[in-house]
Design a protein around this ligand. Structure first.
Ligand code: PDD
Length: 290
């Protein structure tokens, strides 16, 4: 069962998949990416992910390397050929191969497209949900266009590493105004003592999470009051519940923040309700985005 990847128009064995050392993604982090979850053999929210990829490309003045229809065919084929039931698709597009220069390469240089798909046994792990996760806060060191899903992730990597070294699952990033922007690779949420579900509104300070959209929608369908507004560390410390969302984790309860328990340190009822609704929306086909 050898894995295969897609690199610039070719399906190649994963072990020997390569891009050139002068690829601008490698040298300048000049590119964008997407991560799409696969659930029961099908990509979740495919269309919103492709729409966000299109936006990241446009904002980065990058071209689609292939048409959207071709890309969809590639994704589905990789899921099938890599026998992915539950897992992930990764798409990366860079500004192509050219001698290192901050200016864009000439028009004829084609962007580089790499796609991989792999299984992920801990996707939506019930055990991790029941355990809950710890989060620490760190200053947000990132640039002012976090709405672009850029492969330039050094501040995220450094912050996540610090979190891990301090025994935490994720770092929530604090903006200069004292509000929490988001996690290094997830959206941050709290539930107030009056039951209001709160997450930051879309802006260049955060990535517009696809999971965020689905959770917002489900929360409203469940009759919860949802407020898209910034919140502070203090708000989070005094919240009834806190949780994080992303393509790779779905919905995970945050049970300690900077070493202090949130409420009684166990997953909250609203978080549980949202996770149940999220999982059933996947199996009902509502999230497939075909
Ligand atoms: N990260 N914010 C940041 C900075 C992220 O990197 C991500 C996702 C999210 C959540 O977005 P979504 O719900 O669309 O996954 C928010 C992906 C999973 C990653 O880089 O691996």
């Amino acid at each position: 069962m050898s894995r295969i990847a897609y690199v610039n128009g070719q399906y190649v064995p994963f072990a020997s998949a390569r891009v050139h050392i002068e690829d601008r993604g490698y040298q300048l982090a000049d590119g964008v990416y997407e991560v799409i979850a696969v659930w029961d053999g099908r990509p979740i929210d495919l269309l919103p992910h492709l729409r966000r990829l299109g936006r990241s490309l446009a904002e980065s003045r990058l071209e689609w390397p292939v048409g959207e229809r071709t890309l969809r065919t590639v994704l589905l084929l990789l899921v099938e050929r890599n026998y992915v039931r539950n897992g992930m698709i990764y798409i990366q597009i860079s500004r192509g191969i050219y001698k290192r220069n901050f200016l864009f390469p000439p028009k004829e240089v084609r962007s580089t497209l790499v796609v991989t798909a792999h299984s992920h046994s801990r996707l939506a792990s019930a055990a991790l949900f029941e355990q809950g996760v710890s989060v620490i806060t760190l200053n947000d060191l990132r640039w002012q266009r976090c709405d672009i899903k850029s492969i330039s992730l050094l501040p995220n990597v450094l912050s996540r590493q610090v979190a891990s070294e301090r025994g935490a699952f994720e770092a929530w990033l604090l903006g200069s105004d004292g509000t929490i922007t988001e996690g290094t690779s997830s959206t941050a949420w709290i539930v107030t003592n009056s039951g209001h579900v709160i997450t930051r509104p879309l802006s260049p300070a955060i990535l517009g999470g696809i999971t965020r959209e689905r959770v917002l929608c489900l929360a409203k369908l469940l009759g919860l009051i949802v407020l898209e507004r910034p919140f502070t560390l203090e708000d989070a410390q005094h919240a009834a519940e806190a949780f994080l969302t992303s393509t790779t984790t779905f919905i995970l309860p945050v049970v300690t923040l900077n070493g202090r328990q949130i409420k009684n340190g166990i997953p909250g009822a609203v978080t549980r309700l949202l996770r149940t609704a999220y999982l059933s929306s996947l199996t009902s086909g509502a999230a497939m985005g075909w």
